[in-house]
Write a protein that binds this ligand. Structure first.
Ligand SMILES: *Cc1c(COP(=O)(O)O)cnc(C)c1O
Length: 396
């Protein structure tokens, strides 16, 4: 039995006819740039995230780039972020001539460690004065600890931009006036960025992205940057670019969005099956396999409304002898992948930028020990059992 890491055909099949009908309508309409489908998706995502503003853009990468541009990031600036993320997080900082200031991750969530962030902010006031934006990533579908990150950022007067590319719909239990209020990923900082790359929980049939925000003035800047800085009638107030979302992508995403909660639910159910099967196989007690922890699950159990405490864009485990395990799984027809094998501060393109002596032990450890298993909602219990059985066979 083959178990792929992701099977988009299984997701497409029940929606195919509706998508084809809607896409045909757009083609026949000849409205190929922006238009009602993009506006509809923006409204739908804003409603879903409970924010007033949403801006469709060309990709998750461009969402980050546009937001950082609007926040005034440029040469000489620092952006505090993580080295354990997809390249786009850091690439967008570097493209603007700014530099990332890396903070190590929490080994359980793989997200920025707020204690280490506090230490980094306190360490060197002259350096902290150069930090223009704090850019946490909600990796694998679970929010960074925003209840600690936001007050710290506020104390230093630095705005927060959320890279929520892997976490659309994920909820965070914010404690406000002694009460837990669930907030959507992307809706907590000054702005949040989503990606509709096909392998994300909400994926298009190509590239696409979205920025959400509660700040009107910031959104106005981003709206203009999206179209070459054109404030209307070819009056270019700032230098922007072509960062528009394709209406064909918006059309497909409008069809898919209503299914997103059920897909999130399916991924969480699969995570629970893995928990049971790995336990039964004795691999958790032996410590050979360590499963991801949903750190906000307890808070979710104590509140009503069934919050999305984790959306499992990836199901990332730690194993002994990671490279041996992944080679074996690939031989056995089980899709597994490493996100991410080389931390960004160790990438070739960062050479010569002064990151040689950066020390991020938890980041390095995660890069060496983790692998992602299939978690997409259409997996059957048989397929999940096959994955666990093959890992058990390896450690046999
Ligand atoms: C996917 C992703 C992006 C970039 O999104 P694209 O749509 O592929 O440009 C940025 N950050 C993270 C963490 C991602 O996973």
């Amino acid at each position: 039995m083959q178990v792929p890491l992701l099977d988009l055909k299984a997701q497409l099949a029940p929606l195919r006819e509706e998508i084809l009908r809607e896409v045909t309508e757009v083609i026949d309409s000849t409205t190929y740039i922006m238009g009602p489908k993009v506006a509809e998706l923006e409204q739908n995502i804003a409603t879903y995230c409970r924010v007033p503003y949403a801006l469709g853009v060309s990709s998750g990468t461009d969402a980050l780039l546009v937001a950082l541009m609007a926040m005034g990031v440029g040469p000489g600036d620092l952006v505090l972020t993580t080295s354990y993320t997809f390249f786009a997080t850091v690439g967008s900082i570097l493209r603007l001539g700014a530099r990332p200031l890396f903070v190590d991750i929490d080994p359980v969530t793989y997200n920025i460690d707020p204690d280490k962030m506090a230490a980094a902010l306190a360490e060197d006031p002259a350096r902290t004065a150069r930090i223009k934006v704090i850019l946490p990533v909600h990796l694998y579908g679970q929010c960074a600890d925003m209840g600690r990150i936001l007050p710290l950022a506020e104390r230093y007067g630095i705005p927060v931009l959320e890279d929520a590319a892997q976490a659309i719909g994920a909820d965070y239990p914010m404690v406000e006036n002694g009460k837990t209020v669930w907030r959507k990923a992307g809706a907590m900082g000054a702005a949040g960025c989503f990606s509709f790359f096909p392998s994300k929980n909400l994926g298009g049939i190509g590239d696409g992205g979205m920025i959400v925000s509660r700040e009107e003035a910031l959104c106005e800047k981003m709206r203009i940057i999206r179209v070459h800085g054109d404030a209307g009638r070819y009056e270019h107030h700032v230098i922007g670019g072509n960062f528009r979302l394709d209406p064909l992508q918006a059309t497909v995403l409008n069809v898919k969005l209503p299914h997103l909660p059920a897909w999130h639910q399916g991924r969480r159910a699969n995570a629970a099956v893995y928990q049971r099967l790995f336990g039964e196989a004795g691999l958790l007690a032996s410590g050979k396999v360590r499963l991801p922890e949903a750190v906000y699950r307890e808070a979710a159990a104590e509140t009503s409304g069934n919050p999305e405490y984790h959306i499992y864009n990836q199901f990332v485990i730690r194993v002994d002898d990671r490279d041996g395990v992944i080679r074996f799984l690939q031989q056995e027809g089980v899709g597994a992948a490493i996100y991410y094998p080389v931390p960004l501060h160790r990438q070739q393109c960062m050479a010569g930028l002064g990151y040689e002596d950066v020390c991020l032990p938890e980041t390095e450890k995660a890069a060496a020990e983790t692998l992602a298993l299939p978690i997409y909602p259409e997996l059957t219990e048989e397929m999940l059992a096959r994955v666990v059985d093959r890992i058990a066979a390896y450690f046999g």
